[in-house]
Design a protein around this ligand. Structure first.
Ligand SMILES: *Cc1c(COP(=O)(O)O)cnc(C)c1O
Ligand code: SF4
Length: 457
């Protein structure tokens, strides 16, 4: 018998770290959850009811875990945030309270005044110009064959970096929200518009968050869209599994409603899937694995869209870990977005260069179909662009120019790196308004010279 030669050295133990999901009753280290048993913690209604919305509720929950200086810091942070705050007990219990400042989950959901940076001078509230592409309330028709339906404006948590901070969540001291269509009667306009546009084959149902839609409305929306002959593909988008996986486990009617639409779709030859939004590897625990296993068993295909966030997943190692861990729980990594240019969260954005370097490392670390595409949703309404596909990138001044020939032909779209990530010289240039104009004009000129002539959108 010949001996097998292993030409490739055995994988190091560290290669398997993605399989080490948090186990046990990890929430019990939080003072308010010390007596909470597993059945209670897995109850989605308990999770919803105990989600914290104010600094007082937060302090009342974590009590002596909160370093004293932290309390004043978050009070000031809440007061200036463009988004309302809402954090589930699940997410709260995953935060490392010995170091809340650097914790990847704290960074996403709980604002701290001390870490805020000034907004980039070119930043606007609806940076994606979704309202310009909205024919009826709650519908965004930007690309030819697909549209985004926003049937509600509430979420099970509020992400500080939300693209739709112009509309999502209750008004805050900083922002009066635009209203979306929020009732079945108001949705009829969107259904009618979709039915009158035969090119619309693909509908994203987002929001807000489909986790907050009651089962009867999941079925109402799902069936209304399945009834439109030219609609071939649908996705229900939800942050839920990342921050409250227990809903899938214990809200049986909700899971049944999604499964019913997926099954009816399958019989009609239509593809209905779930899109979720995990950002940090720590969000995936044994509870997530159980929930995603239930989706898998019911034949509900799940893809993930992440946002590249500073201090959360912006290193090659952390992103590779997230990608491998998603695959491990049967979720397909689909996109990693550049953080949109939204208000009040500059310390969470990072550079196009960081994105391209991270992508280079992640590609090749697992199956190609589990390798996300890194995209920049071009400010100004150009839609998603492969981050590498810029016409021109001025790394020194942090200006990337994109074109979107099939979405807005002839137009140029600009993405700006956060200024604190630039060299001291470049930071000084951004202080001077005339120099800002010059840098932008120069980048556009170089981009125009590299392709056909482009005009700023
Ligand atoms: C992201 C998005 C879609 C879906 O785009 P895919 O690239 O197919 O995921 C559709 N409409 C709008 C407005 C979007 O922002
Ligand atoms: S879950 Fe999505 S829509 Fe809701 S706040 Fe977060 S990013 Fe915004």
């Amino acid at each position: 018998m010949s001996e097998i030669v292993h030409k490739k050295p055995a994988a190091a133990e560290s290669q398997f770290a993605y399989k080490n999901l948090k186990q046990g009753e990890f929430w019990r280290h939080v003072p308010a959850y010390r007596e909470v048993d597993e059945a209670t913690f897995l109850d989605h209604l308990w999770q919803q009811k105990h989600s914290i919305k104010t600094p007082e509720e937060l302090v009342g929950t974590i009590r002596d875990l909160a370093p004293p200086e932290f309390v004043a810091d978050i009070e000031a942070g809440f007061a200036h945030a463009p988004m309302a705050v809402r954090v589930s007990p699940y997410a709260l219990s995953l935060i490392d309270w010995n170091d809340p400042h650097n914790d990847p989950i704290r960074r996403q959901f709980i604002p701290m005044a001390s870490s805020l940076l000034p907004d980039h001078p070119r930043l606007t509230l609806d940076s994606l110009h979704e309202q310009d592409d909205s024919p009826v309330p709650g519908l965004v028709h930007r690309y030819t064959d697909k549209a985004l339906f926003l049937p509600l404006n509430v979420c099970p948590v509020y992400c500080r970096f939300c693209t739709r901070s112009y509309a999502i969540g209750p008004d805050t001291e900083e922002v009066d929200k635009v209203s979306l269509a929020k009732t079945p009667a108001q949705w009829q306009q969107a259904f009618q518009y979709i039915s009158e546009r035969p090119e619309l084959e693909d509908i994203v149902i987002s929001g807000g968050d489909t986790y907050q839609l009651p089962p009867k409305n999941i079925e109402l929306i799902g069936n209304a869209l399945l009834d439109i002959p030219h609609v071939r593909r649908m996705r229900f988008a939800t942050k839920g599994p990342a921050i409250m996986p227990m809903k899938i486990i214990t809200h049986t009617e909700w899971l049944d409603a999604i499964a019913a639409i997926v099954e009816r779709g399958r019989k009609l030859g239509k593809d209905v899937v779930l899109h979720t939004h995990f950002n940090a590897p720590e969000e995936i625990t044994w509870i997530t694995q159980k929930a995603m296993g239930m989706l898998f068993e019911r034949g509900i295909f799940t893809r993930n869209q992440s946002v590249l966030i500073r201090g959360v997943n912006d290193t090659p190692e952390r992103m590779a870990m997230l990608v491998k861990r998603l695959g491990h729980v049967n979720v397909h990594p689909y996109y990693v977005y550049m953080h949109d240019m939204v208000k009040g969260v500059e310390e969470l954005r990072t550079t196009i260069q960081t994105a391209t370097e991270t992508e280079k490392f992640v590609r090749g670390s697992t199956a190609g179909f589990n390798t996300p595409t890194f995209v920049c949703d071009a400010p100004g309404g150009g839609g998603k662009r492969d981050v590498h596909s810029y016409e021109y990138y001025d790394r020194e001044n942090g200006i990337a120019v994109y074109a979107a020939p099939s979405v807005k032909p002839g137009k140029a779209f600009l993405y700006f790196d956060p200024i604190d990530k630039l060299s001291p010289d470049a930071q000084a240039r951004w202080i001077v308004p005339e120099l800002q104009e010059q840098m932008i004009a120069e980048a556009l000129r170089k981009a125009g010279a590299a392709s056909e002539q482009l005009v700023l959108a």
